[in-house]
Write a protein that binds this ligand. Structure first.
Ligand code: G3H
Length: 489
């Protein structure tokens, strides 16, 4: 059990003896199902939230604070000190990833290692940015020394599906660019931040990073309402992002760095390599139980091959092993949100009522903390599973005759993150790719959608994202170009 009884504000681990909230895993540690108590976290209130805000504002000190003015070399030293300490916590954090969010052991290890790599890559990119900043430009007789400066105070909120990696994909670039940060861990995946509190405290100057616990509404609202936040950095849902943005009294001043919902389609053309398409669609729809913003959330298959696809795909889904995250070969694991099976069931019921069938035998079978992915076919636009981002184990399949059918759906969709396109004739694929890149931001050719490698831009159109995250882009998203101009060099 982890009893987190402090929070990090102004460089101090402040002891907390007020109310606390219990953190449970939906994974049972007993044979008769019972959620497992993992620990407790402080239930902080408005007072502590504003304390953290003051600490971040003071540490930024109108851009004159120790952290925003620190030399690049020293800022890198702080970040290296942090990541060195973080590496010693691998085992503990991997274990918490498994228990708190039900991520498989290999994926939990990958999340940890990917985050460490991300920090080192960010340091290298920051050094490169510094080298670029050292250059002078001359245009029309005016010399300019262009550099990148911090934006101010960042409120950082990460998602439960990557509570370490995606949170750090916001926090680390925000920090290294000289911003000061207030960070509230995700609801699930909150305890895994505990092993890092001391590393944060000892690596960065006071007030540069402040870590709060509690309900988003209670702690994030007063922070936003203060009008003192310069950047809202959030990966999660647009409802929370919009609410927080609207709480800011001068929201047009607020910079947004947001990763939001997506409904990434797979489009399987008639000439696709079916084995490959099925392999990739299995990975895309079911990895981490579909709880990835980049998951394939709708599958379009050409009518000539849809029967064959459905038969083989459904059998492959049924062959996936459900188990606890540490069990060898487990691909499907308990869902951290206890109400998710019920929600997925509602989507399935709605689709069945409107004419779809479950193609796979195990589809829709529920246990206390899981619902087995149902392959639904034929899905139509009236169904909730067509319209909503399911973010969980249910797989809607549609057939199409004309490629304009999926393309029109994508054009009408509120989302525009990625697409997976399966086909083999380059003469068909090339013009299609040109169309697709104007509907989404990444076209994955004969492969499922994904964010990585992390050097590639991670973003989206429409309601899917604001700003771009990647090792390269995030440093730019969390900073502004400033320059000194002179007629003399
Ligand atoms: O939840 C969205 C994640 O950014 C997906 O990342 O493609 O590496 O799983 P991933």
């Amino acid at each position: 059990l982890i009893h987190q009884n402090s929070y990090l504000v102004d460089g101090e681990l402040k002891p907390w003896s007020g109310d606390s909230s219990e953190v449970y895993s939906t994974i049972s540690s007993t044979e008769i199902y019972k959620p497992t108590l993992l620990g407790t976290i402080p239930t902080l209130g408005e007072k502590e939230a504003l304390e953290a805000l003051d600490a971040a504002v003071n540490a930024y000190d109108k851009g004159q604070g120790l952290w925003p003015t620190m030399k690049v070399k020293n800022r890198i030293e702080c970040m290296e000190k942090f990541v060195t300490q973080m590496k010693t916590k691998r085992e503990e954090i991997v274990k918490l990833l498994m228990w708190e969010i039900g991520k498989t052991l290999p994926d939990s290890e990958k999340e940890f290692d990917r985050t460490v790599d991300y920090i080192y890559d960010t340091i290298e990119e920051y050094k490169q940015l510094d080298r670029d900043n050292a250059k002078f430009e001359k245009n029309d007789g005016v010399y300019a020394h262009i550099r990148r400066g911090p934006l101010g105070v960042v409120l950082c909120l990460g998602p439960y599906n990557y509570p370490l990696n995606e949170t750090f994909a916001l926090l680390i670039p925000a920090l290294i660019m000289g911003n000061t940060v207030i960070f509230k861990p995700a609801k699930y995946g909150v305890l895994l931040i505990s092993p890092l509190l001391e590393a944060f405290q000892s690596s960065f100057p006071k007030g540069a990073v402040n870590i709060l616990y509690g309900r988003g509404r209670t702690v994030a609202t007063p922070i936003m309402q203060s009008g003192k936040v310069d950047v809202l950095a959030l990966i999660g849902n647009s409802k929370s992002a919009n609410a927080l943005q609207n709480q800011h009294p001068k929201s047009n001043r607020l910079r947004l760095v947001l990763g939001l919902e997506a409904k990434n389609p797979a489009i399987v053309l008639a000439d696709a390599d079916l084995d490959l398409a099925i392999d990739e669609c299995i990975a895309g729809t079911t990895s981490f139980n579909g709880q990835r913003c980049t998951a394939l959330k709708i599958v379009y298959v050409h009518e000539d091959i849809v029967d064959e696809f459905n038969k083989r795909f459904s059998a492959r889904v049924d062959a996936l092993k459900f188990g606890n995250p540490w069990e060898a070969g487990a691909k499907l694991t308990p869902l951290p949100e206890s109400d998710k099976p019920q929600y997925i069931q509602e989507l399935i019921d709605d689709a069945l009522e409107k004419g779809a069938k479950i193609l796979n035998e195990k589809g829709g079978k529920t246990t206390e903390n899981y619902i087995f992915p149902a392959v639904l076919y034929p899905v139509n636009k009236e169904m909730r599973v067509f319209q909503e981002e399911q973010f969980g184990p249910v797989i809607p399949v549609l057939s199409f005759k004309d490629i304009d059918e999926p393309l029109n759906d994508m054009a009408e969709s509120n989302y525009g993150q990625q697409v997976s396109l399966f086909g083999s004739d380059i003469n068909t694929l090339a013009p299609l790719i040109d169309t697709l890149v104007n509907l989404v931001c990444r076209v994955n050719l004969n492969s499922s959608c994904q964010r990585g490698p992390d050097v590639y831009p991670f973003t989206g159109r429409k309601d899917s994202a604001v700003a771009t995250l990647s090792v390269h882009d995030a440093l730019r998203s969390f900073s502004i170009r400033t320059f000194v101009a002179s007629k003399d060099n």
